[in-house]
Design a protein around this ligand. Structure first.
Ligand SMILES: [Zn+2]
Length: 175
């Protein structure tokens, strides 16, 4: 693959995230439950400590967490703390903070792994492909040339939890 991660010393650490391992993640209950407000992963994660929850940063109205089903290494989610589904449900404060955290996430990922671009976005409603449609979250997906060839393989694939933790540590340290 033509995927290259810049920076001395770390290419292997992140490239191994591409391996399509299908090991069960430590917290199997985190499978997305569509439309189920009783067990919402994005409501449960903030109750965990940062390491356990793979939380990169906690803001006032929103937080940043590693996606358990990454499309690319460093795939982050910016989630509102509040359990609301739609962009139009957010307060101005929440919307502004999600935007600010998204911008900061881009800067941080650029420092850590020098992507060539990003996909940013929110899927609204289950029909759009949102895994957890009931709780709004913004995707921040770093992109490298050639990575699209791998997305069908690794998309929504679980990766080794210890590698997710390593990536979290690196991004949190650079935040
Ligand atoms: Zn929720």
């Amino acid at each position: 693959m033509s995927h290259e991660i810049n920076g001395a010393g770390m290419p292997d650490g992140w490239q191994r995230l591409w391996a399509p391992h299908r090991l069960e993640y430590l917290r199997g209950e985190n499978r997305p439950l569509e439309g189920n407000d009783v067990s919402c992963p994005f409501c449960e994660i903030p109750a965990m400590d940062d390491q356990e929850g793979l939380i990169v940063h906690r803001g006032t109205a929103a937080y940043v967490v590693m996606n358990l089903y990454p499309y690319n290494p460093g795939h982050l989610l910016v989630c509102a703390f509040r359990h609301v589904a739609d962009l139009t449900d957010l307060t101005d404060e929440e919307r502004n903070e999600i935007s600010a955290l998204t911008s900061h996430a881009m800067k941080t990922i650029r420092k850590v792994s020098s992507p060539e671009g990003f996909n940013l976005g929110m899927n609204q409603g289950a029909i759009s492909g949102a895994g957890v449609a009931a709780h709004i979250h913004q995707h921040v997906v770093p992109r490298w040339s050639g990575d699209a060839n791998f997305m069908p393989i690794i998309g929504k694939t679980k990766v080794l939890p210890q590698l997710l933790h390593l990536t979290r540590d690196e991004i949190a340290a650079a935040w």
